[in-house]
Write a protein that binds this ligand. Sequence first.
Ligand code: BGC
Length: 764
Amino acid sequence: MGQGPQIDRRALLAAGAALGLAPALPALAADQDARVRALLKQMTLDEKIGQTHQPAGGRQKALNSKIDATALDLVRKGGVGSYLHVAGAAFLRELQRTAVEESRLKIPLLFAIDVVHGFRTLYPVPLAMAATFDPEIVRATARMAAVETAVSGLHWTFAPMVDIARDPRWGRIVEGAGEDPYLGSVMAAAQVRGFQGQGLNAKDSILACAKHFGAYGAAAGGRDYDSAELSDRTLNEVYLPPFHAAAKAGAGTMMTAFNDLNGEPTTANAALVRGVLKTQWTWPGLVVSDWNAILELINHGVAETPVQAAALALKAGVDMDMASGVYAAHLKTAIAQDPSLLPLLDQAVARILTAKMRLGLFDDPYRFGDPEREKTIFVGPEHRAIAREAARKAVVLLKNDGGLLPIAPTTRKIAVIGALATDSLSQLGSWKARGQVGDVAPLLPALQATAPAGTEIVHVAGASPRSDDESGVPAAVAAAKAADLVLLMVGEDFDHSGESRSRSDLSLPGAQETLARAVLATGKPVVVLLPSGRPLVAPEVLEKAPAVLATWFLGVEAGPALADILFGKAAPGGRLPVGFPRATGQSPTYYAHVPTGRPADPDLAKDTVRYHDVDIGPLFPFGHGLSYAAFAYSDLALDRDSIAPTGAVKVSLTLANTGAVEADEVVQLYVRDPVAGVARPVKELRGFHRLTLKPGERRRVTFTLAAAQLAIWSPGGWRIEAGKVEVMVGSSSADIRLRGAFAIAAPGKGRDPAAAILTPVSVV
Ligand code: BGC
């Protein structure tokens, strides 16, 4: 379809081949393990503590700025295990040289940075990548990001962020995969595979870090850093599965969350980190704290002194201290007071050395970083091509009344309205790493280049998301009146979402609502382009505008990708990874809720589970997204009526493109356990597949669904109940086209979190 690289998706059995069979983090070879043990024996207490110390080598906007003579001296003494906020092949080579030539034990340093959606080539923000519903493009963007990161001398990214987010007020919803644990698990595994490539010792592989373990996304009221209050079932069924999937895909590291879970800060939660993650899941990777989080245990009120904070975090299983310096300054005292901490320190150091060994740094500490490639590889053509494909795939067509899109070739004059239409910085998104605004291909020239010759395109800012100034509205209205079609770009800028960017009001910021109303009142055909890092609430605008595209922040190829979609060079096929509520006060709301005794009813005379002042459910539900084509679903077949608790059923259907253009459809498989010992969600995603079909083309899609994917978390573990299971296949969580059922013949036990088990899909 259109331009850009063609990757043969058909050959990929989405979750099965690309993801589900990914190897877990392999154990070290016996000789490497022996080297780690031998090294540990030679280390002094100070050198051991030094390995757990990860100071900032710079600031996010001034990388390397803190590496001065004092810092180098500490490296020589073996007082540093890792640096974050550093970059640059030549610079890091020299820093590494100091460690491996001038320190007693010559232990290499680990260099880390947040590469969340790209290093220099920025890709769509993670929420947008989740909207692709395409693990292969997600893997591909992470792979290209890893190449640029490794070339710049870095070993480790603090990504993927796999926190489930059901409250769009939370600013960090932009960094994850949205509201659903199955989608979140698929995206987590895809990113780990992308960053870590064929294995950690392979060329250009970097360590992934699944964060922020375990319920950071459940912050009360969507306020960043706030407490999570969760049942054990919700924790295990909703918030932990993406971490499990990341672990299973071989994630080398994880980061603990800032917040507390039921009163226990995760950074001090031994039952969760040492218990669930390290012991129950037998995951052998490295755990790093979040920034300054060990010291913040004092603010949480669970430690009185930094010495106590150090002891608590070490006991919890936090191996490395990001930025607080508490381990470096106080672990020695803590161990003197309580010698039982020493074996725990040894375990932490062993995990750190093991990570370095896995990366091959003991054999070649300079295998990362290539000053020559660094000059040529950034934002190269292959990286741009993948960025464009990803951006096109991420766009979600929320509405298209009367088939307003794609833009008719007869359209002569287009008014582009909104300050965001020229805001290239925002297209870089929330984690920019080394991204540069000059790398962004902007919207207006792309529109001009893609439009039929002779099309006139004018731009008027009208209003900005950063100001209440309405003085530009009349000029925008005049431009709209003079045009055949309006592209109205209103939404958030990059800095409305992200860390500590929670909002209490999800409406259009600044004077944009006024602008939108005035432009819609002209009666001209209006296409709303909605950039954002979260679901927004603008019912009047979204209901009145005939066509709406959710455009997120799309990275360096934002302009051309949007132009491709608008002019029909590519058909939109993205889907919402989180529902858009009708009102901020509806949050949190999610499709996979459990039924109540009084299901929501449109009749307000009845007392049911709903708000009186707003319609039921989200404006645009999870999984929603339209196309320029139309798709028919038929012939659902299950290959058996009943399966054992250890068994699986094949669910097949036929999908046909009944439209006039080639386009993508995302087939979605939902399940429900209608009668169980505890109330079960009305629908749970358990499989999906995005495929491209030509007009008239039809395909048979088969999901292999295991009984274990219906398991219910209960105090003894994963319980599989006998009984009926309903199967629903459709185009969104609210657009079910086919229904079937099977039975689980007998009760049984599951092993892994149900939502973390990835469903193989085949297409013939
Ligand atoms: C964020 C992490 C990030 C770290 C290092 C923290 O404030 O919560 O997600 O990895 O900073 O930049």
